[in-house]
Design a protein around this ligand. Structure first.
Ligand code: PGA
Length: 236
């Protein structure tokens, strides 16, 4: 893992964008994208850039079960709002949270990933070390799956909803095995509340109890963290 420490999220977004730009110049075609507050500064850089994404494909990590793309809390809506409406892509994929048959949707999404191998995957990290919605205890072997969200994740995500009761309890998420297939991964983390998870991800043992620790086994990972998120690292 290569660790880049930055002052704040703005600078982190610029660093991530610089890597993305360099990789696009080399001809990458498929981005794995994430939602949440972490990648917002990267998306801002993409939107204000003069880069053209109209030949690019994106494959998103996850979506809430039960929310349609018109729902402002859905991840499809988030992606359209923050990025795709400003910078059109050739094709954009997000799991369908309204699918009647969720198992069939997982199979469909695995096929999408197989047909569009991800060159560069953008990740955030949860306070409990999750990546995508792969919560602690998730097998590293799973591909796209239906996830019951943990209390910690529901609590963290309630800020986007009017009340905690409205936060969906389940999601569809690419699995760890899907994420590890990406050729390159950029994980960003900003803020004190991520510090413990970041320290365990980088310096702890590789364990399913801290899903992001699996990234120690991937050969091309860049971690971009601000000072607060780096504050529990012993070797910082
Ligand atoms: P955040 O979420 O970017 O909103 O902090 C990250 C995550 O939970 O993966």
């Amino acid at each position: 893992m290569k660790v880049i420490q930055v002052k704040n999220a703005q600078e982190g977004g610029k660093q991530a964008f610089a890597i993305l730009k360099e990789e696009m110049a080399k001809g990458i075609t498929t981005l794995g994208l994430a939602t949440g507050s972490t990648p917002e500064t990267l998306y801002q850089e993409m939107v204000k850039s003069d880069l053209d994404f109209s030949d690019m494909t994106s494959v998103n990590l996850d979506e809430y079960v039960g929310l349609s793309g018109e729902n402002p809390q859905s991840y499809r809506y988030f992606m359209n709002d923050r990025l795709f409406l400003h910078k059109p892509f050739k094709e954009t994929f997000v799991p369908n949270g309204k699918a009647n048959d969720l198992d069939a949707e997982c199979i469909r999404y695995n096929q999408i990933i197989a047909d569009h191998p991800i060159d560069l995957q953008v990740l955030g990290i949860g306070r409990n070390g999750h990546i995508g919605f792969n919560e602690p205890g998730t097998s590293f072997a799973v591909e796209t799956h239906v996830v019951a969200l943990t209390e910690s994740t529901i609590e963290a995500n309630k800020r986007y909803f009017e009340s905690i009761e409205e936060v969906p309890t389940h999601a569809l998420s690419m699995g760890i095995a899907s994420i590890l297939k990406s050729k390159q991964i950029i994980l960003m983390a900003f803020g004190r509340e991520k510090a413990a998870a970041v320290a365990k991800m980088i310096e702890g043992s590789v364990t399913e109890q801290l899903p992001a620790s699996v990234l120690q086994t991937h050969k091309n990972v860049v971690v971009i963290i601000d000072e607060a998120a780096a504050s529990e690292l012993t070797n910082a």
